[in-house]
Design a protein around this ligand. Structure first.
Ligand code: GLN
Length: 325
């Protein structure tokens, strides 16, 4: 096993869990009522290693919507089906240094990266019109859900229609981003903006729990092979690109500091979820709705800091990085 002293390791995870539980900072997202109603006390942590060992503690079976945690997944599908070259004709690789939904494009008039709203909307347009363009909207939705499910080893993955409808109602900024990109000819030919945005809201409104999302993170940690089913879901090259951009752009405008202090590829979402990938070792998902001013889960960020203070997971740690497991 990749973690020889599994019991000792999970004891540490439990300790970190309890430490973070008492953290009462942050505010639950309030831009739509369904998220505003979330209980701020929810707190769960799930771990899945690349050889399928699993551990979870807290609220790990309550579903939440993926929100921005869907961004690395749609980006992964685009890369896997279209290749890096095609995808990056349309979207950059640079942190924007701005808010996740800021009305800004890079110097080429492309979205900065696929981990912020503009880039993720653009990636949705690629999924819609470049991969099997003959598919109907319904088929495209199923195609995407099935991909997410494969990443999750076939575990539960749902769709929250109330959140989808609310997202679409409260979407002025996303529409503004959508039009701004259309003004600059960002989309592939014959794209339909309204359909692209609906597809983006649908991806944000997919629903899963911590246990399931830890498997998704573990599939990314395992080079694209799901550790539960052993199915090869993504190519290693696609996974490498996804993790590179999670590393540099996954935590909104905290990404640089997170890369410095924690040094692990991660992606946060506005429902309070955090996907954490320790390449070649494990995937972790944490979930707790209260967010800091930059939009990251307060308990999730603290958990990652606790994790690297005990284990040498920081990707630039000099050597023997997994020695003390
Ligand atoms: N649905 C949200 C939006 O598009 C998702 C963003 C997020 O998780 N930060 O604004």
């Amino acid at each position: 096993f990749i973690i020889p002293d599994w019991f000792g390791f999970t004891k540490h995870i439990e300790d970190f869990y309890w430490k973070c539980k008492s953290n009462s900072e942050g505010k639950v997202a309030s831009y739509i009522p369904q998220l505003a109603r979330m209980n701020p006390d929810y707190w769960g942590v799930s771990v899945c290693t690349i050889d399928g060992q699993r551990f979870s503690i807290g609220d790990t079976s309550i579903p939440f919507t993926l929100q921005s945690c869907s961004k690395p997944l749609t980006y992964a599908i685009a890369l896997d089906r279209l290749g890096q070259e095609v995808v990056h004709q349309y979207v950059g690789q640079e942190p924007s240094g701005r808010n996740f939904n800021e009305l800004v494009l890079d110097y080429n008039k492309k979205p900065h990266n696929p981990m912020i709203n503009a880039g993720a909307i653009l990636v949705c347009s690629l999924l819609k019109s470049l991969i099997k363009p003959e598919m109907t909207l319904a088929e495209k939705f199923d195609f995407t859900v099935n991909y997410f499910k494969k990443l999750a080893g076939g575990e539960n993955l749902g769709f929250n229609n109330a959140i989808f409808l609310s997202e679409r109602e409260a979407a002025d900024r996303n529409y503004a981003l959508g039009f701004y990109m259309r003004e600059h000819n960002c989309y592939p030919d014959k794209s339909n903006l309204k359909e692209i945005l609906d597809f983006y809201f649908q991806c944000c409104s997919m629903e899963a729990n911590c246990d399931t999302m830890a498997v998704v993170a573990a599939t990314l940690a395992n080079g694209g092979i799901c550790p539960i089913t052993e199915e090869k879901v993504l190519k290693p090259d696609s996974v490498r690109d996804v993790l590179s951009l999670m590393h540099s752009c996954g935590m909104y405008d905290y990404s640089g500091q997170f890369a410095f202090k924690v040094g692990i590829p991660a992606k946060s979402g506005v429902s309070g979820s955090l996907l954490v990938v320790i390449p070649n070792v494990m995937g972790i998902c944490t979930w707790s709705p209260p967010l800091d001013p930059l939009g990251n889960s307060c308990r999730g960020v603290q958990f990652c800091q606790e994790l690297v203070s005990e284990f040498n997971f920081h990707s630039t740690y000099y050597d023997h990085r997994y020695d003390n497991l």
